[in-house]
Design a protein around this ligand. Structure first.
Ligand code: TPP
Ligand code: MG
Length: 192
């Protein structure tokens, strides 16, 4: 499975009220093209999806916040995971789409291939971390694993190793200010 397959499947699984924060580059583009609703697609702000997801989770305790992050983004903002573990917001779900590359900028390798995500994240204090290698996995089985994992209660981290995507998607046609405005408008009256 590829990152785009994961995000397409998430479209089926996620609830209409869930708030998604996606990391800059391909992941945000895929979220923009493949998910429904107007989500918080980060642009430029590399390394910040987990921090922004944590802020949203605290500001909107009634909502489920799903952070979709590439491995490069996750590793850049790694220190924020220790704060997430410390605060432990039960409405925050973090999904790492790990292609072991900075795919957006030309496919340079990240350090992901030598990291044991389960050990690292457990060491920070989040015990609900599941890691799956979806690279050679049949899509139906991968979809089933996603469905089971997403429905779990409480905070969790889902680390997914995926094949590199080949699809080229158009960039998001909005500036960050417009993305934020659209996100707020979509949830007008619901967000505090
Ligand atoms: C501080 C900073 N450094 C570098 C970049 C350029 N950049 C944009 S996306 C990206 C790669 C992100 O990697 P990852 O999160 O793994 O997503 P992928 O591209 O693999 O989907 C890079 C290096 C940036 N936007 N900001
Ligand atoms: Mg990557």
């Amino acid at each position: 499975m590829k990152g785009a397959d994961v995000i397409s499947e998430l479209k089926r699984i996620l609830g209409d009220d869930d708030l998604v924060v996606s990391s800059n580059g391909n992941v945000s583009r895929q979220a923009y093209h493949l998910l429904s609703g107007s989500q918080l697609y980060l642009r430029g702000s590399m390394g910040l999806p987990v921090s922004i997801g944590l802020g949203l989770a605290l500001a909107q305790p009634e909502k489920t916040i799903v952070v979709l992050t590439g491995d490069g983004n996750f590793l850049m903002g790694l220190s924020s995971m220790s704060t997430v573990a410390y605060i432990n917001p039960s409405n925050l779900k973090i999904i790492i789409i790990d292609n072991q590359l900075y795919a957006t900028t030309g496919g340079q390798e990240t350090s992901s291939s030598q990291i044991n995500y389960k050990t690292m994240i457990e060491g920070m204090g989040i015990l609900n971390i599941r890691s799956f290698d979806l690279r050679d996995m049949d899509q139906d089985i991968g979809n089933l694993l996603l469905l089971e994992s997403i429905e779990e209660e409480g905070i969790y981290v889902l680390h997914l190793q995926v094949e590199e995507d080949t699809i080229e998607l158009d960039n998001i046609p909005w500036h960050p200010e417009q993305i934020t405005e659209n996100f707020k408008n979509r949830h007008k009256g619901e967000l505090k």
